[in-house]
Design a binder for this molecule. Structure first.
Ligand code: 8YV
Length: 309
């Protein structure tokens, strides 16, 4: 008997194809009348494929067994509601570590050398009028990593290849790691040239990079956010970037993405990126395969490859 599963948003084509081969897939986002659609098929649904699942949706799926998320972050899945309803939750860790770490270093060099601005300068025909100017380099600088998890460690390795000194802050000291641990984020920001954010989103980290932390990073400090916009006090960050209180920012994520505060568009000391840390063919395919592998394991009664709940 075929298993009914729900999708509430578009997924990668290869992932959708693999799901369609195995299950009867219902697509809420393609329905003209989502409420009626859910009333009709809700009780038959045994799995949700993809992230962005709130408590209200879980409540409408009485026979839901598993939410197979797409992405390592699970801040967009109501874990409490899932737990309370006895629903398993999986994510797609590890397969994206390298892609995210590569983009992090890419954005750091882009910001320190103003690569996007340099490209615009040449395209606009401004070069014959004079040079763009001098900027800074990563070599010899200290990078403070907020969140030395699986991705954070890959960033640390690559930052060392750039001849940077690595320090970190997180919930706890990791005895096996060779980097200096700061129990206090503000102290780390004060002592760092760069602050790279790669900690999970959610209630525990909401605006953890406060105005005070940003001021500690200071007028020469560079901020890189690869995690979630919610970790930063975005209005304070924008104010400090505009008035020279913060040296620069490379941002892959934003508080209200895909809407981005327009004032950032006018700032010369920022590099903006549309949440694309994991967006390579190779990594997205691996993430899709992992989502499917979790569903396969669940319905075969086997241990889940990457269970969160
Ligand atoms: C997104 C990410 O999931 O893994 C995460 O937590 O932020 C990204 O990989 C991806 O953009 C899919 O929406």
């Amino acid at each position: 008997m075929s298993i009914d599963i729900l999708q509430t948003g578009k997924l990668l084509a290869s992932c959708e194809a693999a799901l369609a081969e195995r299950f009867t897939v219902h697509k809420l986002h393609e329905s003209q009348d989502p409420e009626r659609f859910l009333n009709e098929i809700g009780p038959r649904i045994r799995a949700h494929a993809g992230s962005n699942v709130n408590g209200e949706l879980i409540g409408k799926l009485p026979n839901l067994e598993i939410i197979a998320g797409f992405g390592v972050g699970v801040d967009n899945i109501d874990l409490e509601a899932a737990k309370a309803a006895g629903v398993r939750v999986t994510n797609t860790p590890d397969v994206l570590n390298d892609a995210v770490a590569e983009l992090t270093i890419g954005l750091m060099i882009a910001l320190s050398r103003r690569i996007p601005q340099a490209d615009q300068f040449v395209r606009a025909g401004k070069w014959p009028g004079g040079n763009l100017g001098f900027f800074t380099e990563l070599t010899g600088k200290t990078v403070g990593i907020l969140g030395l998890g699986r991705i954070g460690k890959e960033i640390a390795t690559r930052a060392q290849a750039m001849k940077m000194r690595v320090v970190y802050h997180g919930r706890k000291r990791q005895e096996k790691e060779p980097y200096v641990f700061y129990p206090d984020l503000g102290d780390m920001a004060r002592d760092s040239d760069w602050l790279v954010i790669i900690a999970p989103g959610g209630k525990g980290t909401d605006r953890i990079v406060s105005r005070q932390v940003l001021e500690a990073l200071g007028p020469k400090g560079m901020l890189v956010n690869m995690a979630r916009g919610t970790l930063v006090d975005e209005p304070a960050m924008i104010e400090l970037l505009a008035n020279g209180g913060l040296g620069g920012a490379a941002l892959d994520v934003f508080e209200n993405e895909p809407q981005v505060a327009e004032v950032l568009f006018g700032l010369e000391n920022v590099v903006l990126s549309p949440h694309q840390g994991s967006a390579t063919h190779q990594t997205r395919a691996a993430m899709g395969a992992m989502l499917v592998a979790n569903l396969d394991a669940h319905f075969a009664g086997e241990p889940l490859p990457s269970a969160v709940v």
